[in-house]
Structure formats: structure tokens, C-alpha cells
Design a binder for this molecule. Structure first.
Ligand SMILES: [Zn+2]
Length: 220
């Protein structure tokens, strides 16, 4: 069975960096709903126009906009995957569970990246993104050139990375995603993961965790 993971964690906990690396290491498809939505906004698609004012307020997209978008993506990726930014509400957990059941597929684990609030604020001020290829990372990953290490594009702070926006997203996280965490915990799918180390160290431990899941047959 292909491995399928949901990544959970507060904003700036490293879900993007770690999700991408994990997907690459394991040969899985990777979905960042944040990047997907920001692209939709830039392309001014119908969804993008609806999403823009909501995202600008630091709020999550309502399920009636988000679920069809996810369904579309899942339909195009029948192998294993890593989801970053979904599910963000208990209703979205249900949508995903129903989808998987209909297709005879299974979730391997929901992995919660844990980082203390104060460290999240520090990380936020260091976070950059490439508008060309959607690389995201830290200032110190740039080799001093201010260029994307993947494609050479000019990187910039993410437009939604202001402190006010962060507080709003963190409040949304506590309100909507903590119940998702509780739900996966009850279902025995949750794995807690200490994500306070350097990105390289976190990536290494992350891969170890996933290998253990596999060894125990939980991700078979
Ligand atoms: Zn790039």
C-alpha cells in the first residue's frame, strides 16, 4: 500500500520544508494547500478570486471551497502522498476519510510537528519563499545571494507572514486544528514529533519516525 501522510502543526512549524523533503525522500507526491491557494490567487482563477480576501485576513478557506480543491488534487494523485495544510477542520477530516474509504485507500499516519510558540515567532521573521518554484526556507539557506537555491529566482518574505497575520493564523490553528489532532489521536493515527531542532536534524529524525511506522506495519 502506498504511504499517505497528513502533516499537522502550527504556522511556521516547518511543515512545508519537512513535508517536501519527506515526499522527496520517499518518492511521494506533496501537496501544500497554502502554495496551491497562493497560485490560484495569482492566476486570478474563480477560486483564487474568492479566496484572496479570506487569505488576506489570515483566515482559512471554508470547507465548501477547500474540499472540492482537495478532491481534484487527490483524483490526480492515486499513489502515496504527503498533505500539508489539510485537513484543517474536523469536517475536512471526514471529507478525507470518506474519500479514502470510497477509493479503498488508507491514511498511514497524521504527524504533528510540535514547536513552542516563542520559537514560531522567531522562525516567522526568518522565512522566505520563491515566487517562481514555491521553494520555501530560511534566510540562512540562501548562501547569501538572496536567490532561490532550487531555481535561482529572487526570493521574498511571504506576503502573509506579518506578525498580525501570524497571530490570526495561530488562533485559527488552535480553534480548528487542535480538534483535528484530538480526532486523529482517538483513532490511533496521530504521531507526535518534536520539530524544534535544525531543519537537517528534523528531516533525519522525521525519516526515522516514518521508517519505524513502516517497520511496525502501521504504514503498510
Ligand atoms: Zn525557486
Amino acid at each position: 500500500m502506498p504511504q499517505r501522510f497528513v502533516l499537522l502543526g502550527p504556522p511556521a512549524s516547518g511543515k512545508g520544508t519537512q513535508g517536501r523533503r519527506l515526499a522527496e525522500d520517499l518518492g511521494l507526491a506533496y501537496l501544500s494547500t497554502g502554495a496551491l491557494l497562493r497560485s490560484a490567487v495569482e492566476e486570478k482563477s474563480e477560486l483564487g478570486r474568492k479566496a484572496e480576501p479570506i487569505l488576506a485576513r489570515g483566515e482559512y478557506l471554508p470547507d465548501e471551497l477547500m474540499n472540492p480543491l482537495l478532491g481534484e488534487w487527490l483524483a490526480r494523485h492515486s499513489g502515496g502522498w504527503v498533505l500539508d495544510g489539510y485537513p484543517r477542520s474536523v469536517d475536512q477530516v471526514d471529507f478525507l476519510a470518506n474519500w479514502l474509504e470510497e477509493k479503498g485507500q488508507q491514511l498511514s499516519a497524521a504527524i504533528l510537528l510540535e514547536v513552542p510558540f516563542d520559537e514560531l515567532l522567531v522562525r516567522l521573521s526568518n522565512r522566505l519563499e520563491c515566487p517562481e518554484c514555491r521553494w520555501s526556507g530560511r534566510r540562512q539557506d540562501l548562501n547569501g545571494a538572496g536567490r532561490c537555491p532550487e531555481c535561482g529566482g529572487v526570493v521574498a518574505p511571504r506576503a502573509d507572514d506579518t506578525p498580525a497575520n501570524f497571530r490570526s493564523r495561530f488562533a485559527e490553528y488552535e480553534e480548528h486544528t487542535l480538534p483535528v489532532v484530538a480526532r486523529y489521536e482517538r483513532e490511533g493515527l496521530l504521531r507526535r514529533f518534536d520539530a524544534t531542532h535544525s531543519p537537517d536534524e528534523v528531516a533525519k529524525r522525521f525519516l526515522e519516525l516514518v521508517s519505524q511506522l513502516k517497520a511496525h506495519g502501521q504504514a503498510a
